[in-house]
Design a binder for this molecule. Structure first.
Ligand SMILES: Nc1nc2c(ncn2[C@@H]2O[C@H](COP(=O)(O)OP(=O)(O)OP(=O)(O)O)[C@@H](O)[C@H]2O)c(=O)[nH]1
Ligand SMILES: [Mg+2]
Length: 294
């Protein structure tokens, strides 16, 4: 058998290119939330994949912001830059269908002294396969990539190829984490993220992306987890949108989030979700710190 190799790998790219979908597929569990809305991921999230010959420690990052400049965006960009400074390998994700100045802006941040693997994602959306080679050729001119791998994170295609290319560059030779660990995030954190995912998915464009979730209670009662969480919105008008007619929307958010929690935690969850108005939080550095942004 090949000897064990291990290392840290940052997954970076523009918002919405499929970084979190890729992480989840690689790990085989939903540890990072996914939505059609850009700017879904707000924190660095570690996902650990242990194979007999390798331990991959992936770090999912928020999509790099080239435009908006409020405190939340600045904090998220700092997170990406820090992640890049700390890893051994970078997987730079782009959408097979478009590549523009925003992707080029991310390329400028890539460390010159570390291997960067280009993952060209969403190839399932390229119906005419003859278009793929020219796409890959033109992307390859953008940076001296260590490898270029077309993938579909959603369908799970070509992920073994991506892992094989990544493994070549892993520098360590011991386990960095226990072989059963899959993330550095707590169940409490993941619970709040699952609720935020449903919020983004069920409400979509009516709600500004600044809505967030605070878990106020997370208790183990035998095998049962009792969780109480607040959805925090910026304005009173948004509270009604989250609750919905007859409380329907909020009920669905809670029920779908609970089902995801029960799947990941492998146990029953009692979940209570309510809505709170706290204005201006996404531009308040102090409040952001209290919510866990560095
Ligand atoms: N067709 C297709 N859609 C994909 C693929 N990968 C991701 N998506 C979709 O792209 C959207 C964004 O996916 P995310 O994984 O949240 O993207 P992200 O890069 O993590 O986004 P941010 O966290 O906002 O930066 C979702 O609707 C995914 O379902 C893929 O391989 N094919
Ligand atoms: Mg993401």
């Amino acid at each position: 058998m090949n000897k064990l190799k291990s290392g840290f790998i940052a997954i970076v790219g523009c918002p919405n290119v499929g970084k979190s979908t890729l992480l989840n597929r690689l790990i085989g569990e939903k540890i990072s939330i996914v939505s059609r809305k850009a700017q879904t991921t707000r924190h660095r999230i570690m996902g650990i994949l242990t194979r007999p010959d390798a331990q991959f420690v992936f770090v999912d990052t928020p999509g790099f912001q080239t435009r908006h400049t409020n405190a939340l965006n600045r904090a998220m960009n700092r997170g990406v830059t820090q992640a890049l400074a700390d890893v051994d390998v970078v997987i730079f994700v782009v959408d097979a269908d478009h590549f523009d100045v925003r992707d080029k802006a991310v390329i400028k941040l890539l460390p010159a002294d570390r291997p960067v693997i280009l993952a060209v994602n969403k190839i399932d959306q390229i119906k005419d396969k003859t278009k793929l080679l020219p796409i890959l050729a033109s992307r390859s001119e953008q940076h001296p990539f260590a490898a270029i791998v077309p993938v579909s994170a959603a369908k799970g295609s070509q992920l073994d190829e991506l892992l094989a290319e990544t493994r070549k560059h892993l520098p360590h030779e011991e386990l960095l984490f226990g072989e059963n660990e899959i993330t550095d995030k707590s169940e409490k954190f993941i619970a709040s993220e699952y609720i935020r995912e449903k919020l983004f998915r069920l409400i979509g464009d009516e709600l500004p992306y600044s809505a967030t979730v605070e878990v106020e209670k997370f208790e183990l009662d035998g095998a049962l987890r009792r969780i109480s969480a607040a959805i925090v919105v910026d304005r009173a008008a948004h509270k009604g949108i989250v609750i919905g007619k007859g409380g329907e929307t909020l009920k669905r958010i809670a029920s779908e989030a609970r089902q995801d929690m029960e799947r990941l935690f492998d146990g029953k969850v009692f979940l209570e979700v309510f809505v709170k108005v706290k204005s201006g939080w996404s531009d308040d550095e102090r409040l952001l710190k209290s919510l866990g942004y560095e």
